[in-house]
Design a binder for this molecule. Structure first.
Ligand code: ADP
Length: 441
């Protein structure tokens, strides 16, 4: 049993309670009408009172025992899920250890390290390697399902560039696409805003969708596209494959749901992949769906939340409020680029720079915001001695990063002021920064 079936059980018992309350309401209405008509006898009043009390006590009793039962069920379910998870993780460890040595041995023979092998031996060893990989994947999927069911799946969001992430995944999958004669293309623009997601889990989503597309596309191409939509990025994997019938498009996200394949060249899966990635997408605050036409192809789309970026003033006010309330010190930096006017896509450049700064400083930085040609940053508790270290680190990152929108001879300048030492309001801090000597990066 899982949480969904438990949920259904709870809904079932709400029905009789509602009926009882309705009965009580009708009885009350009847008393009221009789009272208005002046025909309310003492016996009738006592009888009605007893009837309503009985109904309410009975409803209360059902509700109470129902709640207790559900609590017990929930507790039992949690324990059994935990046991299942532990059992699976134990079994997976037991299976993975001999499998790893099997895989290593097979690879050693396959790549000729132990002596030459003929083409036929190569072919059969390659099949054996593929089968070992499939067992590894099955173990991983079963572990994921049990982690999701017991609610222990870990999601650690961080700002990421989806184009970079997708390109990395596609490089790995290029080989299997080429083997089937398929074109695997990324059409994701580099300058989309960063998303706030778990890196490994997002790689898992993309890998699974692209892997399925390769599996279910006999010829043609697979494209990965992305666009910005309100506070999300919509990422789609589009193929020219066998497609999915309308009646199956909702069900394929269910656990263990598979469509019977007519083609014999399609390796049967386990019907777990889409179910797992749906849970991951939803845990990251997104949605996933598919549009498809049998014989023409499928388009799987999922959404990822964009890193919220705030205005300069708003975030500076927030930092000052927090600094005052908590008695914390911070340093406000202003980063400026001189030939800002020459940069074509300014919004995209700002996003790229913002992402770079966030990556450089990891979690110790709050981007204050971007306004005109300046970027503001707040760093908490940065001593004067550490500033030199921070500046040289930033200098290095900016120098080695290849900005796609930046003219070759760009220069960055940076200046800073400390809160509360140099000023206790945004205005005084900014004035102080203007008066300070800037450093060229
Ligand atoms: P499986 O391991 O069986 O591929 P999934 O959960 O990944 O499990 O997929 C469930 C079913 O959805 C598959 O069995 C397949 O029939 C269908 N499916 C998934 N992706 C595609 C696709 N790109 N084109 C056609 N059918 C697909």
């Amino acid at each position: 049993m899982n949480y969904q079936s438990l949920e259904n059980k709870v809904h079932h018992t709400r029905y009789p309670i509602s009926v009882l309350f309705l009965l009580a309401l009708i009885s009350l209405a009847a008393i009221f009408i009789t009272f208005i008509q002046g025909a309310l006898s003492k016996n009738y009043l006592i009888f009605s009172f007893l009837l309503i009390s009985f109904i309410l006590i009975y409803a209360g009793w059902i509700f109470h025992s129902d709640k207790q039962g559900n609590l017990k069920l929930q507790k039992g379910l949690k324990i059994s899920n935990e046991k299942k998870r532990k059992f699976l993780s134990h079994i997976s460890h037991e299976i993975s250890t001999p499998l790893t040595s099997l895989q290593e041995s097979l690879s050693l023979v396959l790549d000729g390290s132990l002596g030459e092998i003929n083409e036929q031996q190569k072919k059969f060893l390659a099949i054996a390697c593929q089968s070992v990989k499939r067992v590894f994947r099955l173990v991983d999927e079963l572990l994921d399902v049990s982690r999701i069911e017991s609610g222990v799946i870990k999601i650690s969001p961080q700002p990421l560039n989806i184009a970079v992430l997708a390109r990395g995944v596609m490089q790995i999958m290029q080989d299997s696409a080429e083997k089937k004669g398929l074109n695997l293309i990324s059409l994701i623009p580099f300058h989309l805003p960063p998303v706030m997601v778990d890196q490994d889990r997002t790689i898992q989503i993309l890998t699974n969708l692209i892997d399925n597309s390769i599996k279910y596309t006999p010829e043609g191409k697979i494209e990965v596209v992305a666009e910005e939509k309100e506070n999300f990025l919509k990422v789609s994997v589009v193929d020219t494959g066998i497609g999915i019938l309308a009646q199956d498009t909702k069900k394929i996200f269910d656990e263990f749901y598979q469509i019977k394949q007519e083609r014999s060249d399609v390796f049967p899966g386990r019907g777990l992949g889409l179910n797992i990635i749906k849970s991951i997408v939803e845990r990251q605050g997104g949605k996933i769906w598919v549009e498809s036409e049998p014989g023409k192809g499928s388009k799987f789309t999922f959404t990822l939340p964009i890193v919220p970026s705030s205005s300069f003033q708003h975030l500076l006010d927030e930092a000052i409020r927090f600094g005052r309330e908590e008695g914390k010190m911070f340093t406000l930096f202003l980063l400026e680029t001189k030939n800002f006017e020459e940069i074509g896509q300014k919004e995209e450049f700002k996003r790229e720079l913002e992402l770079l700064l966030k990556e450089t400083m990891r979690n110790s930085i709050d981007i204050v915001g971007i306004e005109k040609d300046k970027i503001g940053m707040v760093i908490w508790h940065l001593s004067e001695e550490k500033i030199g270290f921070f500046i040289s680190r930033l200098k290095n990152r900016i120098k080695t990063h290849k900005f796609s929108q930046l003219p070759l001879k760009s220069t960055f300048k940076i200046a800073w002021a400390h809160f509360p030492e140099d000023g206790r309001s945004g205005e005084t801090l900014l004035k102080k920064i203007e008066g300070k000597r800037e450093i060229n990066l």
